[in-house]
Design a protein around this ligand. Structure first.
Ligand code: AAO
Length: 482
């Protein structure tokens, strides 16, 4: 459960939050495949309650009403078509699996596929689930429970969402049936939503009943799904991420918190020299890493001062550090623009999601941010692919907020988060030659559209990053784009 099973030479997944399946299929073929992306986390594909009273908020997708594949992102046939086309493009699909609960009680009760629920009877006929399939007696998690009471956190409702009993054989068989149908369609793994709210022993049973990945989609025989469990553990609670790491990978929320702090000036970059478990982070091979996610970019979940697309200069630097450093299994966030933290994706008056438009400079329109299409970000995915299998070497810092390091003899990066220019002769670990900085531009035939770097026979080069430059990063590597 710890291997994402990316196609050879690829790394890095992107969360295409609220994208439609047809658009994702096209994105795999026209952009993600050609640019070396490893995979995509898709929004929950199973039917959810349509919440018109809140103008179709993004969070309605975390309110399942059945396991039918029918949402605003598309239907089952469109989902399967997307998985096929993305796998053919070398890009894997990971599903956000909502298996802790069903929708909470609302005045409206019709799902995105027309299913209904009878909340008073705890009745979800399209699964079907009834009262006996939920934890009993009924209770709701309060903020204090996290500090004291694991059984309340696991057996009571998370913000009023009806809490399934994963100890029940019937409930297990419904969940496993749903997940196996997705594996058979060709997905490569799952995000387990709200894993902290389920018993690890129940999750183990569920994971062990999952099928191997579908060899018709290019997976090796015997491959297990990649599983990363959403466990928010910043310390100080009665539940620990260590209860979940023996089962599968875990989301590392400290990762984005610490890098956001550092690149906002709250911690000197030089301390990143020992980035990893010495910072209190999980072991690298069990750690799913990200700067922001769909919750904390809008103050839900483990909120706090997380960098997002809204602080673009610092955000790009934090993302570049994530992608340049070998620690963890990185996930990029790809957002729609928002002011109201409840607002759902761009939609028309009937509630249909409006597709992103693609501009001539690769960026998106129609209200979509598409961070994954920012040059400084997607070219860093290529950097990570080129550096795959190497460690960090030749670390340099100025004793403050200027740092640089190599990845084996494959790639070099420098950051300047000071108020003055970085101008140093540094070891790049690369063969002599002229390289294009992949942050300020791209390679265009024999020239660079941005900065170029002359590496001498000794591997050294003059590296300059002005404090007033558009980005605080410079990166070069041995791949064709640099
Ligand atoms: C919606 C409405 C509710 C309504 C409910 C039921 O907003 O008003 O009652 O429907 O009808 C998302 C939204 C929810 C939404 C839900 C369903 O975020 O607002 O509720 O869809 O539509 C906890 C869980 C974690 C969860 C997170 C949001 O542990 O699993 O809350 N994340 C996932 C998804 C998320 C989704 C769900 C789960 C549900 O990613 O999108 O909800 O499917 C502490 C605990 C955390 C806890 C937070 C928040 O965190 O440690 O475990 O997360 O509290 O309750 C500091 C601390 C940090 C602390 C944090 C917040 O950062 O260091 O530990 O403060 O206090």
């Amino acid at each position: 459960y710890f291997n994402p099973h990316y196609a050879p030479g690829r790394t890095t997944m992107v969360h295409l939050f609220e994208w439609k399946w047809d658009d994702i299929a096209a994105e795999c073929e026209r952009f993600l495949g050609p640019n070396g992306f490893g995979g995509i986390q898709v929004s929950p594909p199973n039917e959810n309650l349509a919440i018109w009273s809140h103008n179709r908020p993004w969070w309605e997708r975390y309110q399942p009403i059945s396991y039918r594949l029918l949402t605003r992102s598309g239907n089952e046939q469109q989902f399967a078509n997307m998985v096929r086309r993305c796998n053919d493009a070398g890009v894997r699909i990971y599903v956000d699996a909502i298996i802790n609960h069903m929708t909470g009680t609302w005045s409206e009760n019709v799902g995105t596929g027309g299913s209904t629920a009878n909340f008073g009877e705890w009745h979800y006929p399209s699964v079907p689930y009834g009262r006996n399939d939920f934890n009993w007696p009924h209770c709701v998690i309060s903020g204090n429970d996290y500090g004291c009471c694991p059984d309340r956190v696991r057996n009571c409702e998370l913000s009023g969402l009806k809490d399934l009993n994963q100890g029940s054989e019937y409930v297990r068989s419904m969940i496993v049936g749903y997940m196996n149908s997705l594996i058979d369609i060709g997905v490569a793994g799952f995000r387990i939503d709200a894993a902290k709210h389920m018993w690890p022993s129940d999750l183990r049973v569920i994971y062990d009943r999952l099928h191997n990945l579908n060899t018709d989609h290019g997976f090796p025989s015997g491959a297990r799904p990649y599983i990363y469990q959403e466990v928010i553990d910043l310390g100080g609670e009665a539940m620990s991420r260590d209860e979940y790491t023996p089962l599968a990978a875990v989301t590392e929320f400290k990762f984005g918190m610490e890098l956001s702090r550092a690149f906002q000036g709250g911690n000197q970059l030089r301390w990143l020299v020992n980035w990893g478990p010495q910072w209190g982070l999980l072991a690298s091979d069990v750690s799913l890493t990200f700067i922001d996610n769909h919750d904390n970019q809008r103050g839900h979940g483990a909120g706090g001062s997380i960098l997002t697309y809204k602080q673009a200069r610092q955000y790009k630097a934090a993302v570049a550090f994530m992608l340049a450093h070998p620690y963890g299994e990185p996930q990029l966030m790809s957002s729609f623009d928002f002011v109201n933290t409840e607002a759902g994706p761009p939609m028309d008056s009937s509630g249909n999601i409006i597709s992103p438009s693609i501009n001539s400079d690769n960026t998106c329109g129609n209200g979509w941010i598409c961070e994954h299409r920012w040059r400084q970000i997607y070219q860093m995915v290529q950097f990570r692919n080129v550096a795959l299998g190497t460690g960090v070497n030749d670390w340099w810092d100025n004793g403050g907020n200027q740092i640089a390091f190599c990845r084996g003899g494959q790639a070099f990066i420098a950051f300047n988060n000071e108020y003055w220019t970085l101008n140093q002769n540094l070891q790049t670990c690369l063969p002599a030659g002229t390289y294009c900085d992949i942050i300020s531009g791209t390679r265009n035939g024999n020239s660079c559209t941005g900065k170029s770097v002359q590496v001498g026979n000794d591997g050294r080069a003059t590296i300059i990053i002005g404090s007033d430059e558009y980005d605080m990063i410079l990166a070069i590597h041995r791949g064709p784009q640099s």
